[in-house]
Ligand binder design. Structure first.
Ligand code: S3P
Length: 170
């Protein structure tokens, strides 16, 4: 069994919820990248975007990933853009098991509309505009996401199914 598991995918794809459950089942630690960035910087993700801009957020995201690579027995919920910037995807693949939770743009939109998490990239977008934005961003990102060792449909995904898919890889 891999000792470092990275959950990858678009905002709202369930990385944090499933990641926490998966970590519980495996008795691993659970790390949420965004949460760690917030703890380390003393700022919220929307605050970082508005005060310093996305470029600095991406730098801090890559810095945090390097810290995480030193941890063991850990399930990591990555931020939706983490796999698509710098050489983060390559690093994650070299140091652990990467799993893409794949969802259709419509399902992502429905999840994001219900979500209480503040996400600067989608803030204030109306449902139609949001769907177009998701389609565009997903098509530019999916080339990265699809490099994952395992691609699994994220809709109605139960942790047991995820666990079974992981053990089939070993
Ligand atoms: C982002 C996704 C967010 C967070 C930031 C940027 C993105 O994480 O890192 O708002 O670029 O897709 P979640 O995927 O956990 O929402």
């Amino acid at each position: 069994m891999h000792t470092r598991i990275f959950l990858i995918g678009f905002m709202g794809s369930g990385k944090t919820t499933l990641g926490r459950k998966l970590a519980g089942k495996l008795k691993y630690d659970f790390v949420d990248m965004d949460h760690l960035i917030e703890q380390t910087s003393g700022m919220t993700v929307p605050g970082i975007f508005s005060e310093h801009g996305e470029d600095l957020f991406r730098k801090w995201e890559s810095d945090i990933l390097k810290e995480i690579l030193r941890m063991d027995h850990v399930v990591v919920a990555t931020g939706g853009g983490a796999a698509c910037h710098n050489n983060n995807m390559t690093l994650m693949k070299q140091h652990g098991l990467t799993i893409y939770l794949q969802l259709a743009p419509e399902a992502i939109r429905d999840r994001l509309l219900k979500s209480k998490t503040q996400r600067p990239l989608v803030k204030g977008k109306e449902p139609d505009e949001l769907l177009e934005y998701i389609k565009e961003l997903l098509s530019s990102r999916e080339g990265f996401y699809l490099q994952s060792d395992l691609v699994i449909h994220g809709i109605n995904l139960h942790v047991e199914e995820l666990l079974n898919a992981i053990s089939r890889l070993d």
